[in-house]
Design a protein around this ligand. Structure first.
Ligand SMILES: [Zn+2]
Length: 81
């Protein structure tokens, strides 16, 4: 559960505390889905970089419409080496 909270950028200490609270209060099916979600998120091949796009959205409030056509203009993809 901690890894689920860290994904979108929750602070490590807060993630520790909250993971414990969540684990004791949610349906096992929810836990199963969240574990699978974390596994899926970590499989990102670096092309979509959707988590980086989310973090940009979190910091700036701006949503990036990032299609393969306009990745050069994307603040996340244009930083890529
Ligand atoms: Zn992008």
């Amino acid at each position: 559960m901690k890894s689920f909270l860290i994904l979108p950028g929750v602070d490590d200490e807060i993630a520790d505390e909250d993971a414990c609270k969540i684990e004791h209060n949610v349906n096992p099916e929810t836990m199963r889905k969240l574990r699978k979600f974390v596994k899926f998120a970590k499989l990102d091949d670096g092309c979509t970089r959707w988590l980086d796009h989310f973090k940009y959205f979190d910091e700036t409030g701006k949503y990036i419409l990032c299609t393969p056509k306009d990745q050069e203009k994307c603040p996340i993809h244009s930083k890529r080496i």
